[in-house]
Design a protein around this ligand. Structure first.
Ligand SMILES: O=C[C@H](O)[C@H](O)COP(=O)(O)O
Ligand SMILES: C=C(OP(=O)(O)O)C(=O)O
Length: 396
């Protein structure tokens, strides 16, 4: 048990005297007991000045945000598709994937609004690599300043191709470094890198993530919990729609009391859970009722991966097929506004070699969750596209 030095006196009277004297306590006895180090963090503004967003890239981001917003509110009948690697660890492979996706995206843009998953922050069930921002060299050197820089460079390069990007914001400070490449509305006043962001199954219930979302300039999807609980996502949407006052940092890296106006562009993501998947018609209709009862946006996104695929990447095709069928034939199809897919150049996943030997890594393969390969991704997207066409024909 830890005993502060001022209590470690040899006699009771000494200790009593020490406490009575009300002298200033030793900080080392009270604070940072489990902190092993501090390193400086670059202020967001410096990185933003080094790697500024161009007007051309900003337009891509703004359009992505606008389209995503219109779809999640049902004013655009396309399907919003968040597709890409589970996590980005190799900027070259991410860029190659983005080029493939851009070409496909242009060919289906009447039916699908495609936003690339560009996820740099990974929540872990226990421990593991926490993503490119946290440990860009994947060798436990935790060069976060380097990770933030690479993250920004990757988002800018994808924006230059003309593809909007989405991120999961896990940390509450990191959005100040990359969130500026994301925007619509108050584009240049607030933040503008990704066009869409998700709050994951493990953080939906977290108050600080709800507060963060209330100030985000992008549409935010909230996932149901890992146990399958959808109520926490409903609560998260309600909370994020409200204004909040909380502690965070400014672009200059100064701690601040932040005041937000609330984010009206939040929606729910069904990702399955420990009790099983929740992508079928009955699951969608059930959650739609809950959302309607809470007077919030009843349109949902379905994640084909995670609890909905039991983490078996190939099963994403089965989920995508069910979604396409619901779009074509079911009442639930009216409420499905988006889909998520985990996809990469090469299917499956690999462990990060320890110690890291880059040549041992398979190029274009996930180091976190297993992903579909490119050809199967196109199969899934084609099915979804046909579902959108059928849904349109149903209406007409
Ligand atoms: O998508 C990512 C993973 O499912 C999530 O980060 C949890 O991963 P883990 O259970 O391997 O830690
Ligand atoms: C971590 C993710 O998913 P979930 O929060 O659903 O586990 C993810 O989409 O990368």
């Amino acid at each position: 048990m830890f005993v502060p030095s001022y209590l470690q006196q040899s006699s009771r009277s000494q200790s009593q005297q020490s406490m009575n004297s009300d002298s200033v306590a030793e900080l080392k006895d009270l604070d940072d007991l489990n902190i092993t180090g501090y390193r400086p963090l670059i202020p967001p503004q410096i990185l933003m000045e080094d790697l500024p967003v161009t007007q051309k890239v900003a337009q891509v981001i703004i359009k992505g945000r606008h389209d995503a917003t219109e779809i999640i509110h049902g004013r655009d009948d396309r399907l919003l598709v968040i597709v890409g690697p589970c996590s980005i660890h190799d900027p070259k492979a991410a860029y190659e994937y983005a080029n493939l996706l851009k070409e496909y995206s242009d060919s289906v843009s009447n039916e699908l609004c495609i936003i690339m998953r560009v996820y740099f922050e990974k929540p872990r069930t226990t421990v593991g690599w926490k993503g490119l921002i946290n440990d860009p060299s994947m060798n436990k050197s935790f060069q976060i300043n380097k990770g933030l820089r690479i993250g920004r460079e990757v988002l800018l390069s994808i924006g230059k191709i003309g593809l909007p990007a989405s991120c999961e914001f896990l940390d509450t400070i990191s959005p100040q470094f990359i969130g500026d490449l994301v925007s619509w509305g108050n584009v240049f006043k607030k933040s503008y890198i990704s066009s869409k962001c998700a709050i994951g199954a493990r953080t939906t219930e977290s108050q600080i993530h709800r507060e963060l979302s209330s100030g985000m300039s992008v549409p935010v999807g909230f996932k149901n919990g890992t146990d399958g609980n959808v109520e926490i996502a409903v609560d998260a949407i309600k909370s994020s729609e409200s204004s909040h006052v909380f502690l965070s940092v400014t672009k200059q890296g100064i701690t601040a009391i932040v005041e937000t106006s609330g984010n009206k562009n939040c929606h729910l993501i069904l990702r399955g859970g420990k009790k099983g998947p929740n992508y079928e018609e009955k699951d969608v209709l059930e959650v739609v009722e809950k959302l309607k009862a809470s007077k919030i946006n009843p349109r949902v996104m379905i994640d084909c991966s995670h609890g909905n695929s039991s983490k078996k990447f190939e099963r994403q095709l089965i989920v995508a097929e069910s979604i396409a069928n619901q779009l074509s034939n079911s009442e639930s199809g009216k409420y499905i506004s988006g889909v998520m897919l985990e996809s990469n150049l090469v299917e499956g996943r690999q462990d990060i070699p320890e110690p890291l030997v880059s040549s041992k890594l398979v190029y274009g393969q996930s180091v976190t969750d297993a992903c579909l390969n490119w050809d199967d991704t196109v199969k899934a997207l084609d099915m979804l596209r046909n579902g959108v066409i059928a849904r349109r024909n149903r209406k007409n």
